[in-house]
Design a protein around this ligand. Structure first.
Ligand code: ASP
Ligand code: MG
Length: 401
């Protein structure tokens, strides 16, 4: 007998039929003799709808009240799933974030979990109840409801698995695992049986959108193995863990991110402290900068080009426009018609020539590279947006992943 945490995303609990399907999966796990803790997301688009409802009554609702509102979506799912299980004759009990012991900091709308008090959960499991816990939420030390940020139910599930020492943490979703590329773009993309935490983290930030980033960070820190799998097909998914069996692949996946903007600062003075001023200002406005490129200085000026998320573009431009007179920026040029295409793979470190192979694939497809950045297990290039899908396919083919 082991303890298993099973998390179901919004599409998996969308309606009564899906709830019954989920209840069957949970019931089977329980009947096999396991203790089961279930974590649920809000049904379908519920969270989006709740946010829309708030904007109908207030221009700037307080973050505290937003958390009270948004946390209700998961409460609906938890109650309905529990009723479904009870109806099928299984002992189940729903628990909200605070009842399940989630204590967070006070950063409303993107709170971090401080600790989990396990007493109540252990008590329910001791009574052989299936615990159905609302994802995405907890309370702070003033007993106010907090939420963990969009997509945060994954993190709730991993945190519970870590705290309870679960044998596994299964994240059920509407895709059946992690692929070598987006299967909608690349016909030959295939499902990975395993992937490392680091690779998954790179892919998550690159827009693979399978798991919440913080859940993977947490899984790595506490060494929780995650399985990503489909709630609609009963077959093994992808296991995310520290070390995977060595396969002969050089790369694990190709990802594309269309939500990037490039900002060029033209004609900056070529002297010490300029980059510091630019990027510390951006950091103070909470703008995350990705790829940075600085030109060789000429005539005492230089250019700095960098990328940010689309959603941060205007914040960055406004901040830099303020700074522009004191720093002497001649021109700020922004462009969001670009895509970032990246390859990720732990095998890269020990395989020379990976970058060359990627660039060759792009050359053969007649695609021009605007910027390049590399890390130990990732190489990213910036290219024109309309060529993004073509690039992913070309690279995927070249590496035969
Ligand atoms: N319901 C929340 C959201 O839509 C949390 C989650 O689904 O993980 O972001
Ligand atoms: Mg999600």
């Amino acid at each position: 007998m082991s303890l298993i945490v099973q998390k179901f995303g919004g599409s998996s609990v969308r309606d009564a039929a899906r709830l019954k399907n989920v209840a069957r999966i949970v019931a089977d796990t329980y009947e096999a003799g396991n203790d089961v803790v279930v974590v649920v997301s809000a049904q379908g688009d519920t969270t989006d709808n709740l946010i829309a409802m708030a904007s109908e009554v207030a221009a700037k609702p307080s973050r505290r009240e937003m958390d009270v509102l948004m946390s209700t979506g998961e409460q609906i799912s938890a109650a309905l799933l529990t009723m479904t299980l009870n109806e099928m004759g299984f002992p189940a009990k729903s628990l909200t974030g605070w009842q399940a012991g989630f204590l967070t900091d006070s950063n409303h709308r993107s709170a971090r979990i401080r600790r989990i008090s396990k007493e109540r959960l252990e008590n329910e499991l001791g009574k052989k109840n299936i615990a159905v816990v609302t994802g995405f939420q907890g309370i702070n030390r003033y007993d106010d409801i907090t939420t963990l940020g969009r997509g945060g139910s994954d993190t709730s599930a991993v945190a519970l698995a870590a705290a309870l020492g679960a044998a596994r943490c299964q994240i059920f979703t509407d895709v059946d695992g992690v692929y070598t590329a987006d299967p909608r773009l690349v016909k030959t993309a295939r499902k990975l049986s395993e992937i490392t935490y680091d690779e998954m983290l790179e892919l998550a930030t690159l827009g693979a959108q399978v798991l919440h980033n913080r859940s993977v960070e947490m899984a790595k820190r506490y060494n929780v193995e995650i399985e990503v799998l489909s709630s609609l097909e009963r077959k093994p998914g992808t296991i995310v863990k520290e070390v995977v069996k060595v396969e002969k692949m050089m790369i694990t996946g190709v990802a594309k991110d269309d939500k990037v903007a490039r900002i060029a600062l033209v004609g900056l003075p070529d002297k010490p402290g300029v980059a510091f001023k630019v990027f510390s200002l951006l950091a103070s406005r909470r703008v995350n900068v990705d790829i940075i490129l600085q030109s060789i200085g000429r005539d005492n000026t230089k250019d700095i080009t960098f990328t940010v998320a689309d959603s941060d573009k205007q914040i960055a431009i406004d901040a830099l426009t303020e700074l522009s007179p004191s720093l002497g920026i001649k021109e700020i040029v922004a462009d969001d018609m670009i895509s970032k295409v990246s390859i990720v793979g732990a095998g890269m470190e020990s395989n020379p020539g990976v970058a060359a192979k990627m660039f060759e694939a792009l050359f053969d497809a007649n695609i021009n590279i605007h910027m390049i950045s590399t890390s130990e297990i990732k190489i990213s290039v910036l290219i024109d947006k309309e060529l993004g899908s073509k690039a992913v396919t070309a690279i995927h083919n070249a590496f035969e992943v």
